[in-house]
Each structure stands twice: as C-alpha cells, then as structure tokens.
Design a protein around this ligand. Structure first.
Ligand code: GAL
Length: 669
C-alpha cells in the first residue's frame, strides 16, 4: 500500500533532508508528494530554471526507498510572474483584483497563464516524466480552495460569451432559454452579455447565473486539460491525479476526474468549530471521491495534527489518526499521505501541525502513523484495488446543487445538507452506499436515491424510468421535475417528467423555515410518534396511482400524503414530499430498504457511534469496525469471525476501545 506524507523540502535546509527521509522510512513511508507550491524555486526569475534541488531531493527519497509524487506548481504563480501580468489576478463580484499574498491568485481563462502553465509543466515532465522514482503527477492543488473558481474579470467575461455562443448558437435561442424578456434583459449581441457580478440587488437571471456556474467549472476543466495534455505527451507512463475536496461543489469534479487516471482528496476531519467532528463527514466524502471514477482513490492529504491558520483547530487525540486512516481505507482509499510531514517554522501555515512538531523530533503522532502503517502493510494486500460493493446509489448532481445555491427556496436550505440526511441513515444502519454522478450506470443497484432532481435532464429521467421499469427502486423527493435544464420553470404540472413514474401530481406547496416542522404519521389519522416530522418544505399531493406511506399530521394539509410509493414496471418509485427528520427518515427508509432487499452488513451489532464498512475482494469480504466514540463500545458477533489486526478469532461479545478499529475477514455469503 502507498503510505506517505506531503513534504516541502524547499522549506528546510538540505542537511535535514536525509534525516527526514530516514525518519519517514522508519514511519513506513514509501511515497511522498512534493513541489506543488515551489514554482519560484524552480524558476526563480523569468526563464531562469533551477532543477538541482528537485533532482537532489527525489534522489534522497529514492535512496530511502521512497517514491515521489510531483505536484505541478501552478497554484502559486510567483510574484515576478504576477507583476508581468497584473490582469492575471482573479476579480471579485465588484471587480476588485484579489491580489498577491496568499495563493491561487490566478484566473483560469488567462491565455498567457495557460501558456506559462503548460511551459513549466512541460519542463518538469521532460525532466522527470521518465524518472524511475517519480510515481505520479498531481495537477495544481485543490482547484477552488478558498473561493477560487468564480472570477469576474474581463477575460472571463469574454470567455463566457464564447462559451454561450458555442452552447446556444444564436442569440435568439439564448434569449428564449433565459427568458430575457423579463425586466428588459434582451440581448442583441453576444458582447453585451455580462457576468452575474455586482448589481443593485443580488438576484440575477437564474438561466444566466446557472450557465455562469457551469462555465466557471468548465474553465477549470479546460485549464486542467492543458496540463493533462502536456503530461500525457511528455510522461505517458505516469498516472495523473488532482487532490479534490469532497463536498466542495463549485467545480464539477466528475468532469475533472474524467480527465485523470485516479481521484484523490484531502481529508481534514477537524477543520470545523464544533467540539467533536462528525465522522459521517469523512465517510460521505470518501464515498464521493470513490464515486468520481468508481474505483479506489488516494487520500493525498490526511490531517495529522491540529489544523491552524490564524487560530488552531482540534488536535487529533490518541488513536484518531489511526481511526481516520482505517476509515479511509474502509471506504476505498488505496493510498494515504499525511499532511504534512513537519510543522513549518514560517509562512501562513506555521500553525498547521504535521506529523512532526516544529522542532522536528518524532513524538506521539509519528508513533501512531508508524504503527498504523505497519498494520496496513501487513494487511492491505488482501483488498487493495478492490472495493465498492454497495447496493445503494445516491446521485450527486452539480447542476442541481448550483441551481439550489442560487435559489435555495427554503431559508437556509442546502442541497448537500439534504443529501446528507439520506447518507446519515445509511451510515447509521451500516449500509454501504456509492455516491455517483447522475449519468452513472444504475443497473447493479437495488436502490437509487435522487435528492432534489430539480433540473430534469431528459436522459437522466429516461435512465430512472428504465431502471424502475426493470425492477429497481427509486426515491425522488420534493422539487423533483420543477425545472428545465436551462433553469426555467417547467410548464408541465409538477413533478413534470416524473409524473408517470411517481404516479402523482403536486397540487400545491410551500416552504418551511428551518426551525419549523410539521408532524408526520406513518398510519393515517394516528398521533405522530415523537420526532416524526417533515421540515424545509411541504408538497401537497394528489395521487394518480401512487399510494401514501406517510401523512401530514397538522396544518391545513393534515391528512394528505407526505410520502408515497408507486409501482412502476417491475420496480417501485417513492416520493418524499418533505424532508423527513432523521427518525422519520429511518422509519421510512427501513421500509423502503426492506422492500428493495437492501441489507445492512450482517452479523455484527454495534451501538451508536460505531461505524461498520466493507470492502470485498473476490470471494472474501473485509469488514471494518470503527469506534468513533470516546468510550469503549460493546459489539455482538452473531458468529465467530477472524480479526486480522490482532490475528485472533473473536466471538460473542467483543469490546472495542475508544477510537478502536477491528478488521474482520470472512467469506462472501
Ligand atoms: C489543504 C491544502 C494544503 C494545505 C492544507 C492546510 O487545503 O491543499 O496545501 O494548505 O490544506 O491548510
């Protein structure tokens, strides 16, 4: 297994490099990512290159048996470059340049920057593309990190006009699609069209706004492709990746991943202000990263100390690093690199703690990484390269997320928060899920959940019809089918394209404030059980073949259906007219899963806060049990199981310490 760290040799004296490499080796490190921010060390002055340090460090690492992942340095164009191209700075909605002093200060649509990026990448690729100790390329670093996808500069404006021309062909079609007759926005020429920037009130034409978001995402894909093309040409044998950011949604990661050989992401569980990290978050983001290419992925940066910018987030407690690492592996990670090797003595991230503290002396976190690495090297050969076995797919759609970001409709509502209500159910029930693109093949799943399919893409709708008709079970929910892909409202009665599939129509609807909920019952006319309610939204339904499986218990729509089931072909389509509270979600989904034949990972019962996840390889399955609690947890095994870490057979009641991990191997049933 690839096990490693992110390293910044340019930030340390050369004399320290062999000491670091030896310590890395001691920790079990066999891969190191370097160079992704080192442009000004590679090209200190325009056209003046220095590769000696990079040659040397790759050699030092190689001498210790460590392979290198090279990052292209384009996230940090040097000051000399910016001074030559002041129009390269991104601009905000008010047209202000977002200046020098941090990183990612460039616009993706700057033609000369594309050329300069291709040039530095080509030089790197020519030099290291065939190097025996360079194992992969990482392009740039975290596209979009710190609000750097959407730029409002003149280059972007011109590029947006070209993008639109290419999409719509003639201006009349665009005017029709966006409905520009509204408020006198009719355009005569492409050159008249602007970006959704600063206006008297922040409500742009939704068609223009969504197209701009698509365009901004496509700009990144085009920019990445420039680098991919160079690397494919100059370094055809080395795989290429990019380190994505899980939930981050301003760029369509499916599109970008399509250009790459494998997906990676950066996992920082403690980067939040809550007292305790919610272990659901890494789980969901691992599953999302898996879903980018539907294959094993890398965690290119795994938090290894307390994250810190101007203040400091929670320090991983003893056992957390190991638990996070196993959690990643359980969800399909085939490589883990800790961020960062040693905490830096200077710069904006001098409080961002790595495996080693500032003084460079190995301590608790180093020892934990070392132990974890030893275990994984011993075991991981059994499942590397294999993985997803989910019977459930949750479809993640950037288009729908963007449209909902523009118009959340219900105050404070977020697409991702909604998607997570489903994921939380599956996670708590120990049911593995794949989180995949709307155009992913659905045939192998027993259940497909489609949160907020607002902008009904005709091909995607057709795929859902075909899937249900062939026996699949679909869950759709409120706001499905209300819009066309151009972000105009659907003129047909909603749920538009889904009316036949769902066997119902939405007669009326309203939004609910976040704190408001309406009681929901699972039997018509009964009192709602504790906590059973719908929030965010209510659709008032008229059934046209569907049957109700839950009813509103209050308000003027009391007694009408809050959730429905409809037989379609040999399958079934469910509809949630409101967002179920988590207890109601559990009650509804338990029934739906039972009906669809979706089963939790069997044979191990565990208390709340214990996660059970699984990888399969051939006829064996590997069941990972992770105690995310701060107290020991009692598990009950239905039958004796082989536990791999301790190498013992376990049976009956098994105690798992706080942060503890077990890995069971058994034959697939
Ligand atoms: C990531 C980034 C790294 C480093 C780390 C800590 O988002 O890719 O370069 O900045 O966070 O901030």
């Amino acid at each position: 297994m690839r096990y490693g760290v992110c390293y910044y040799p340019e930030q340390w004296p050369k004399a320290r490099w062999p000491i670091d490499a030896a310590l890395m080796r001691e920790a079990g490190v066999n891969v190191v990512r370097i160079a992704e921010f080192a442009w000004s060390k590679m090209e200190p002055r325009p056209g003046e290159f220095d590769w000696s340090w990079l040659d040397e460090i790759i050699g030092v690492l190689a001498a210790h048996g460590i392979q290198t992942v090279l990052g292209t340095p384009t996230a940090t164009p040097p000051k000399w470059l910016m001074d030559r191209h002041p129009d390269l700075y991104m601009r905000d909605e008010k047209g202000h340049a977002r200046g020098f002093g941090n990183r990612r200060h460039y616009c993706y649509n700057h033609a000369e920057y594309r050329r300069l990026s291709a040039d530095i990448v080509e030089r790197m690729a020519k030099r290291y593309g065939g190097h025996a100790h360079v194992t992969a390329w990482q392009i740039d670093n975290e596209f979009g990190c710190t609000d750097t996808i959407r730029c409002y500069c003149d280059n972007c404006r011109a590029a947006f006009q070209r993008w639109l021309k290419n999409k719509y062909g003639d201006i009349g079609t665009l005017n029709e699609a966006w409905g520009t007759v509204f408020w006198s926005h009719i355009y005569n020429e492409w050159e008249e069209i602007g970006l959704p920037a600063y206006t008297v009130f922040p409500m742009h034409n939704p068609g223009l706004h969504l197209d701009y978001m698509r365009f901004a995402s496509d700009s990144v894909a085009e920019y990445q492709q420039v680098q991919v093309d160079v690397l494919r040409r100059e370094s055809p044998d080395k795989p290429i990746t990019h380190n994505f950011m899980g939930y981050f949604a301003e760029v369509d990661a499916y599109k970008l991943a399509g250009q790459l050989d494998f997906a990676s992401w950066d996992n920082y569980p403690n980067l939040h202000f809550d007292e305790k990290a919610d272990p659901l978050n890494p789980a969901v983001q691992h599953d999302m990263t898996w879903g980018l290419k539907r294959q094993p992925f890398w965690v290119m940066e795994q938090q290894s100390g307390s994250p810190g910018g101007n203040f400091i987030f929670a320090m991983p407690k003893p056992g957390e690093l190991r638990r996070w690492t196993y959690q990643a592996v359980a969800h399909g990670a085939d490589a883990i690199l800790y961020f960062r090797w040693r905490t830096c003595l200077f710069g904006a991230e001098q409080y961002w703690h790595g495996l080693l503290p500032h003084d460079g002396i190995p301590g608790r976190r180093f020892e934990e990484a070392k132990r974890t690495g030893e275990e994984l090297q011993r075991l991981s050969g059994r499942w590397l390269g294999a993985g997803a076995v989910a019977e459930v797919a949750v479809l993640r759609s950037y288009d729908n997320e963007w449209a909902m970001d523009i118009q959340p409709q219900s105050f404070g509502h977020r697409y991702m928060a909604h998607l997570k209500t489903y994921c939380r159910y599956f996670y708590e029930r120990h049911i593995p899920v794949d989180i995949v693109a709307p155009d992913a093949p659905l045939g192998k799943y027993r259940l497909v959940v489609v949160p907020h399919d607002m902008l009904t893409d005709p091909a995607a709708a057709e795929a859902l019809y075909a899937y249900a008709s062939a026996g699949g079970t679909v869950v759709l929910d409120f706001r499905a089918g209300i819009k066309r892909p151009d972000n105009r409202m659907e003129e047909r009665t909603i749920p538009g394209a889904y009316r036949d599939l769902l066997g119902l129509r939405v007669a009326d609807y309203g939004s609910l404030r976040q704190a408001d909920a309406r009681a929901v019952t699972l039997e018509q006319g009964e009192r709602a059980p504790e906590g059973f309610a719908g929030r965010v939204w209510y659709d008032i339904l008229e059934l046209e073949g569907a049957e109700a499986i839950a009813w509103y218990g209050e308000d003027f729509f009391a007694g009408t259906p809050a959730a429905t089931r409809h037989a379609y072909g040999s399958g079934t389509a469910y509809y949630f007219a409101t967002e179920p509270t988590q207890v109601l979600m559990a009650a509804l989904m338990d029934r739906i899963c039972a009906h669809a034949g979706v089963k939790p990972i069997h044979g191990i019962s565990a208390p709340a806060g214990v996660e059970i996840a699984r990888r399969k390889n051939g006829d064996k399955e590997y069941v990972f049990v992770l105690n995310h609690n701060e107290q020991p947890a009692a598990l009950a095994l239905a039958e004796p199981l082989d536990e791999l870490i301790a190498g013992v057979k376990q049976a009956g009641e098994v105690w798992l310490e706080a942060n503890g991990v077990l890995v069971f191997e058994r034959a697939v049933r």
